[in-house]
Design a binder for this molecule. Structure first.
Ligand code: PFF
Length: 454
């Protein structure tokens, strides 16, 4: 059967392994880079609340749905939807749109990962380790406005993920991520403590936790929901693919809830690490994508062992980003392997080659192609917008409709209770209610509203 290889099917052997692998996909630049800068640019606490609501009411049910479908079909995303849908219905298109989304996300994600990789060297050299905000800003600007270095770092990242994915995921990165993720967590806590003891830290905390709903723009709703999808790696088939490696006795609602909570914790820690420094050193919270790169060095510059920890921070961030990129790349690679009978090497080389091409337009968005815009956005912003704010929510909407209305309650009950072995009827009933009525309606309203239709 295309897309199904038995060697892969038993990849996740322990329950904890499943948890870490899924977390490895969820935790990445989304937490450390995207969440803080979007929260900063969209009004702080009020945005955080909308993001939390989207995560619980939309993100969690979609994640459970995807994992459940993947485990049931034990196949890649497209094959899963084809297998489980009624004969002849084009539900596989949802999987195909997901493959496109993963491609677009990779096109700009690899660029940001390139900045993180570059920052490892900058951190080692020590010249960004300063509390002078003009210097940290200048260092970042000079990196992203250099066409050559933007491309070179993106290619280095692409070569790095291709190298790992060709070798198989489980032994390399999965094992590494599992060991290093707790260190990232620990390091974030240390940075938070330092950040919280900076003069003016309270202002940063108020920004992050004291909501002012007048700051919430219409666009912020769609952006917050898009972030919830992006963060949990849902709406594009990644969690279907991962679900296909789950054990039969895995408690899916419980696993998804734990992943969601752990992922949220990392994001909030990143927020606590960054915002106090923003206010303490006179940065603007709405600086955009540069926020992480200009604030973090200043926090480390003002603490003991800061140099070493800054290096560690960017190494760990690059590892978290790698885990997420591998899960992103797995979607088109598994698809090409399954549908076109390509070898893993061929599928990887083709995907990475295309990514280098398309991704270069994102990489050059701050230099050569800065004035090349479509719908008023540079390619970097456009790829991000189309994937997070359109393709993922639309994918999630169709997943909800499929699970709630096409696949049906009986199948869902059987799948989520592990064929009756788990006594979780109440949870399943709540899930069905949300996936049928709440999540799809919310997605539709936010989507249409964000796109200016209503
Ligand atoms: N969840 C990842 C992050 O927050 O960095 C990004 C991501 C990975 C998005 C995998 C989508 C995906 F399928």
């Amino acid at each position: 059967m295309p897309g199904e290889s038995n060697a892969k099917r038993d990849a996740f052997t322990t329950s904890l392994g499943v948890l870490f692998a899924t977390l490895g996909s969820a935790v990445g630049l989304g937490n450390i880079w995207k969440f803080p800068y979007l929260t900063g640019a969209n009004g702080g606490a009020a945005f955080l609340i909308v993001y939390l609501l989207s995560t619980v009411l939309v993100g969690l049910p979609v994640m459970i749905s995807e994992q459940m479908l993947g485990r049931k079909a034990r196949a890649d995303a497209i094959t899963t939807l084809r297998k489980l849908a009624p004969q002849g219905r084009p539900w596989w298109l949802v999987g195909a749109a997901g493959a496109l989304a993963s491609f677009l996300i990779m096109a700009f994600y690899t660029e940001v990962a390139g900045w993180v990789f570059a920052y490892i060297l900058k951190a080692i050299s020590g010249n960004i380790l300063t509390t002078n905000s003009a210097l940290t800003t200048a260092a970042f600007t000079s990196l992203i406005t250099s066409p050559l270095w933007s491309l070179v770092w993106q290619w280095i990242v692409l070569a790095w993920v291709a190298f790992i994915i060709v070798r198989g995921v489980s032994k390399g990165i999965e094992a590494t991520t599992k060991r290093l993720m707790p260190i990232l967590f620990g390091l974030l806590i240390i940075v938070c403590v330092r950040s919280l003891t900076l003069p003016g830290a309270v202002q940063g905390l108020e920004f992050l936790f004291k909501p002012d709903f007048t700051k919430l723009t219409k666009d912020a709703l769609l952006i917050a929901m898009g972030l919830a999808f992006f963060k949990l790696s849902i709406g594009m088939g990644t969690m279907i693919t991962y679900g296909s490696y789950f054990r039969d006795d895995q408690d899916i609602p419980m696993t998804a809830t734990r992943v969601m909570l752990a992922d949220l914790s990392v994001s909030i820690l990143a927020g606590i690490a960054i915002f106090p420094a923003v206010f303490a050193y006179g940065f603007q919270p709405d600086a955009g994508p540069s926020l992480l790169f200009i604030t973090i060095p200043t926090v480390f510059a003002s603490m003991p062992l800061g140099h070493l920890m800054l290096v560690l921070f960017f190494i760990l961030t690059s590892i978290a980003a790698t885990g997420a990129m591998l899960s992103l790349l797995e979607v088109p690679v598994a698809y090409l392997q399954g549908q076109f009978n390509m070898t893993r090497i061929q599928a990887t080389l083709l995907t990475v080659g295309l990514l280098a091409l398309v991704g270069s337009t994102a990489a050059l968005s701050n230099s050569t192609l800065a004035n090349f815009t479509l719908f008023g956005k540079t390619m970097f912003d456009l790829f991000d917008f189309i994937s997070s704010n359109i393709l993922l929510p639309v994918g999630g909407l169709f997943i909800c409709i499929f699970v709630g209305w096409v696949w049906g309650g009986k199948q869902v009950k059987a799948a989520l209770s592990n064929e009756g072995k788990l006594k979780n009827e109440g949870i399943v009933r709540l899930f069905l209610f949300i996936v049928r009525y709440i999540a799809p309606v919310l997605i539709l309203i936010v989507l249409l509203n964000g796109l200016g239709v209503i």
